[in-house]
Design a protein around this ligand. Structure first.
Ligand code: IPD
Ligand code: CA
Ligand code: CA
Length: 446
C-alpha cells in the first residue's frame, strides 16, 4: 500500500476472535442491544447513551453518517459486540483518531479491546504516522485500556463533541518503524552468522589472533572485529536509516544523548577473554531500541547453540522456550555472578562488595560474559548478578531479564538526567525479593 492511495475508512478486518466490518443501517437494533447497559457509559462524558433514543441520536446516527465506523462481530457467535470509528484524518500531518469505541460488557477484560485496537491500528498505519485517542478526562477505565495497548499520554484539553464541550485526555501511538517480529528474526539470524564466524575463526590456525586496545588494557581479537563488521554491514544493508552503537566499530556513546528513532546496540563478542583462552562461554549480543526504549534483544552463545531472546511485552525465551527468573527468596541459598573491569583503579571497593556478597550468599561464579550472566539470571541458572559495565554488554540482556520477570535496576542512585536504561554502573539483576536483600548487602560496602 502506498501513501498516495486514499485512507480506507471502512475495511473489513479479520482477527482471531472478532471481525470488524463497515457499520450499516440494519445494525441499529443489534448494536443497541450490545450498548443498552448503563455500566458501559457510566464513566463516559455522555452517560445516557444506554437509552434507546440517546443512543440513536447521539451515537448511531453520527456513526452511520461518518462513513468510517466499524462494528465488531464475534467470530464464534456472529453477535455484534461493539463499535469503533476512525475520525479527524489529517493527510498532511498523516494523523488520524480512533474513538467512539464501546464493547459489550461480556467482552470486557482486555483481550478483545486489544485485538480491536491492534486491527484498527495496523490498518491505519498504512497511511497514518500517528494515531490519537481522545478519552473523557475522568473515564479511568478507558484511560487504563488505552494505556494497556501501549498509547502514550500527551495532554489534556477541552473538546466539543455533539455540542458538548468537555475535558479530554489525549493519547497517541506512533507507527513502529519496522515490525518488531521482523527485527527479532533478523537479529537472531545475524547473531547466528556472527556466532558461526567466531567458531570458524577458532578452527582457522592455532586459535584467535589477539591484541590489546585502550592503552594495552583490553583484549580484542580478529574475530571481534570481523563479527562486528558482519553485524553492522547486515544492519546497514537492511535498515539504512538506523543508528548503530557497536563496541568495535562505532563505540561513540554520544549517540545515547540523542535518542530519537531506531538504534542498534551491539557487542560482537561478549566474553573475549574467554574466547581468546579457549573457554567455551562467550556470546553475540544485539539490542534494538526505538526512541530510547528497548524493543528486542538477542544473546547467542554459539558453543552451546543457545539463543536467548526477548521482545518488549512478549516474554523472554531460550531457543524459543519461555524462561523465567528463579523464585528463590533466601540470599544464603543464592548463587551470584559478577565481573571485574579491565582497568584496575577501584579494586578496593569491588573487593569489599564481593567479600560481603560471598559472606551472605551461597557461592560466586565469575564466568566472563556479562550478557550471558544476565541471561542466566533470566533463565534461573543464577540467582543474582551485579557489576559495572558498558552499554553493549547489557543492552540486549536487560530486556531479556525484564521479560523473564527479573527486577533489573541499580543498587546506588542513578544520577539525575541519566536514563536508567543506559546507566552502566551498579547494575543489579535478580528476582524482586532477592534484589532487595542483595541491594542491602551491596550498599554496606560503600
Ligand atoms: C566483558 C565481559 C565481562 C565483564 C567485562 C566486559 P568483553 O566484555 O562482559 O564479563 O566483566 O566488564 O567488558 O570485553 O568480553 O566484550
Ligand atoms: Ca562485552
Ligand atoms: Ca566485546
Amino acid at each position: 500500500m502506498t501513501q498516495q492511495q486514499a485512507f480506507d475508512f471502512q475495511p473489513t478486518l479479520k482477527g482471531r476472535t472478532i471481525t470488524l466490518r463497515p457499520l450499516c443501517e440494519d445494525d441499529l437494533e443489534p448494536l443497541y442491544a450490545a450498548a443498552s447497559d448503563p455500566m458501559i457509559w457510566e464513566l463516559h462524558p455522555d452517560p445516557e447513551r444506554y437509552q434507546r433514543e440517546a443512543f440513536e441520536a447521539r451515537y448511531f446516527s453520527g456513526a452511520l453518517a461518518s462513513g468510517s465506523a466499524l462494528v465488531a462481530i464475534d467470530n464464534a457467535t456472529g453477535d455484534i459486540v461493539g463499535c469503533s470509528r476512525y475520525y479527524e484524518w489529517d493527510p498532511v500531518a498523516e494523523e488520524v483518531a480512533i474513538g467512539f469505541t464501546f464493547l459489550a460488557r461480556s467482552r470486557w477484560g482486555g483481550a478483545i479491546n486489544r485485538e480491536m485496537k491492534t486491527l484498527m491500528l495496523d490498518h491505519a498505519f498504512q497511511w497514518a504516522r500517528r494515531v490519537w485517542f481522545h478519552i473523557g478526562k475522568d473515564n479511568k477505565r478507558s484511560r487504563r485500556g488505552t494505556e494497556k495497548v501501549g498509547a502514550q499520554f500527551s495532554h489534556e484539553t477541552q473538546k466539543e463533541i455533539n455540542g458538548q464541550v468537555l475535558d479530554y485526555a489525549y493519547y497517541f501511538i506512533d507507527r513502529p518503524p519496522v515490525p518488531v517480529d521482523e527485527v527479532l528474526a533478523f537479529s537472531k539470524q545475524i547473531a547466528r552468522e556472527a556466532g558461526a564466524l567466531m567458531l570458524a575463526e577458532l578452527r582457522r590456525g592455532n586459535g584467535p589472533t589477539a591484541h590489546f586496545k585502550h592503552a594495552g588494557q583490553e583484549l580484542v581479537t580478529e574475530a571481534d572485529i570481523k563479527a562486528d563488521t558482519l553485524i553492522c554491514d547486515a544492519i546497514r544493508a537492511r535498515y539504512p536509516g538506523h543508528q548503530i552503537l557497536a563496541e568495535e566499530s562505532a563505540p561513540d556513546l554520544a549517540q545515547l544523548s540523542q535518542l530519537e528513532g531506531p538504534l542498534w546496540v551491539i557487542d560482537p563478542i561478549d566474553g573475549t577473554v574467554n574466547y581468546a583462552h579457549g573457554h567455551q562461554h562467550s556470546a553475540v549480543s544485539i539490542a534494538w531500541l526505538v526512541d530510547g526504549v528497548l524493543q528486542t534483544g538477542v544473546v547467542y552463545n554459539p558453543y552451546s547453540d543457545e539463543m536467548f531472546s526477548a521482545a518488549k511485552g512478549q516474554g523472554a525465551t531460550l531457543n524459543d522456550q519461555p524462561i523465567q527468573v528463579a523464585q528463590k527468596t533466601e540470599l544464603r541459598r543464592a548463587l551470584f555472578a559478577t565481573g571485574f573491569p579491565y582497568i584496575k583503579n577501584d579494586m578496593e571497593l569491588l573487593i569489599r562488595r564481593v567479600g560481603l556478597m560471598l559472606t551472605h550468599c551461597a557461592d560466586l561464579r565469575r564466568m566472563g560474559s556479562a550478557a550471558l550472566d544476565i541471561c542466566w539470571v533470566a533463565a534461573g541458572r543464577l540467582d543474582v548478578y551485579y557489576e559495572n559495565l558498558s552499554v553493549w554488554d547489557f543492552a540486549a540482556a536487560q530486556l531479556i531479564a525484564i521479560e523473564a520477570g527479573a527486577r533489573y535496576g541499580h543498587f546506588l542512585p542513578v544520577p539525575d538526567g541519566t536514563s536508567p536504561v543506559f546507566h552502566n554502573k551498579n547494575i543489579l539483576v535478580s528476582n524482586a525479593t532477592l534484589y532487595a536483600r542483595a541491594e542491602e548487602v551491596l550498599v554496606q560496602a560503600e
